[in-house]
Design a protein around this ligand. Structure first.
Ligand SMILES: [Fe+2]
Length: 307
């Protein structure tokens, strides 16, 4: 999509692009059926797509987590939005994360190298995004689109049902008891930089459709119960063994359920790397009701935490 650029990098402009993006992207034609199955109970929990349209040439990756003003076209953003449109998903963002824009730039930010977030370069352990929020406020789906990945750094995708199948029933039962706490992630800037810890929760649950779900950063989950810790450790051990390794080369995208799949990334060992990310949900009703925001797709995370 060739749109007049460039100072248009405000949240409003992404909203404008979303409004004019339709679902008829020929590059998505081969994936129509598989994409729609993602929202069906018992359907696939993730899908990898290749040869999708991105901007060429691209400018240098951003170093500040913001869309470079020298990216003169919006092709990759339109690709991300047309994936959402194909399934009927609504993009969303949080005001306190990446300035509330609907497409996040995922690239190392110098100075945040060690941050356990999309701005860092150290290995990012298995997690789901925004698990501190109530389920109805979290992104249901994440889409990552590769723009530049010089060192072929893999993204790891680990469906919880694959992992669970490898665990003893004793460990499965422990993970389903309300005896864990999760923490708010490094990428949030809320309440002046506070780390929030959740109420006691089950780490793994079964949804009404019978699918297993999980929410948490496994490197920031805590428990006081020794048996619960043992079960958590065995889950951590199993995840790298069952995980699918997806190299997000330019034009390759992965969409996955943020409740049925844990994701992570290997350390970035050098070379340029730049992905774009989009959060989405089937509907935004709960977020709108909780915040009183009926206009934009960008929500105040502090309001959501207090809701
Ligand atoms: Fe993440």
């Amino acid at each position: 999509m060739y749109l007049p650029n460039s100072h248009h990098t405000t949240p409003d402009y992404y909203q404008h692009l979303l409004n004019i993006t339709d679902s008829k992207n020929p590059a998505l034609e081969p994936y129509q059926f598989s994409l729609k199955s993602l929202t069906q109970p018992g359907g696939a929990s993730f899908l990898v797509m290749r040869n999708l349209p991105i901007d060429r040439p691209l400018p240098e990756p951003p170093q500040d987590g913001k869309r470079p003003t020298s990216k003169n076209t919006w092709i990759s953003e339109a690709t991300l939005f047309s994936i959402q449109r194909t399934i009927g998903l609504q993009p969303l963002s949080y005001i306190q994360e990446k300035g509330g824009v609907l497409v996040h730039e995922v690239a190392p930010v110098p100075g945040l190298d060690k941050s356990l977030s999309n701005s860092g370069i150290v290995a990012l352990g298995f997690h789901t995004d925004d698990s501190i929020l109530k389920p109805e406020f979290r992104p249901e789906f994440l889409t990552l689109l590769g723009l530049i990945n010089e060192h072929h750094t893999p993204t790891f995708i680990a469906p919880i049902d694959w992992a669970f199948a490898e665990l003893s029933s004793r460990h499965q039962q422990e993970l389903m008891k309300p005896q864990y706490r999760v923490e708010s992630p490094d990428s949030f800037k809320i309440f002046g930089g506070k780390v929030l810890r959740s109420e006691l929760r089950s780490l793994v649950t079964r949804n009404p459709s019978g699918d297993l779900e999980i929410a948490g950063n496994l490197y920031a989950v805590t428990t006081r119960e020794p048996q619960a810790q043992v079960a958590l450790d065995s889950l951590r051990t199993v995840l790298p063994e069952i995980a699918e390794s997806v190299i997000l080369e330019p034009g390759c995208a992965v969409i996955f359920s943020n409740s049925r799949v844990l994701h992570g990334r290997a350390a970035i060992t050098g070379g340029k790397r730049w992905l774009q990310r989009c959060f989405s949900r089937k509907n935004l009703d709960a977020l709108r009701k909780a915040t009183g925001n009926y206009k934009t797709h960008s929500f105040d995370i502090q309001q959501l935490i207090l809701a």
